[in-house]
Design a protein around this ligand. Sequence first.
Ligand code: DX5
Ligand code: ZN
Length: 216
Amino acid sequence: MSIIAPSLLSADFTQLQKDCEMLNKSEADWYHLDVMDGKFVPNISFGPMIVQQICSLTKKYCDVHLMIEEPEKYVEAFKNAGAHNITVHLEACKHLHRNIQQIKALGIHVGVAVNPHTPVETLSDIINDIDLVCLMSVNPGFGGQAFIPNTLSKIRQLRQLIQTKNSEAKIEIDGGVTLENAAEILKAGADVLVAGNTVFKSANPLQTISELKHIS
Ligand code: DX5
Ligand code: ZN
């Protein structure tokens, strides 16, 4: 069964506690927390202080997606804030292998995210060192964008790479996931579905999460 990770970026920040209580009651597996610095991506979201407050409202797994430059300066703060996984962008890391080892040394899971233009083969030499690949299915920076169809073939290529290398990394799809396209994304080989707008802009988020969870 797939892992459902609602993205709090689309939550109502004036009612964060209410949205967290909804997620806690829901069939969502993870919280997906999008950190943006206004440099790596053209938007600014929130930092460790808000991540800590969100993590304190849940017992669920907190998946922190860092869309920031120089992530090595901040990973410890996000670990202390309650992150169970920290994902860094391949395109933001000059020394990706070192960044991965730094996160692993904190005793939490580590993910690597790749933008839509980055070929899956670039993950080949680190795929055995990581717990998660976050395949961006939109250009990072904003919620509510349309799914880029080429992601489907990237999922299949990545699934093949993971099998060939005997890696245990999960495949997470981030951006533009809907009730309509979730089935083909899972069929292509994804393990984790991130969903922002689909969950938080729906009339009944609890039911939408349940529907996503039961798509196979
Ligand atoms: C985009 C973020 C995503 C985003 C997903 O930069 O990484 O997690 O919030 O939002 P939707 O599901 O609305 O595309
Ligand atoms: Zn994200």
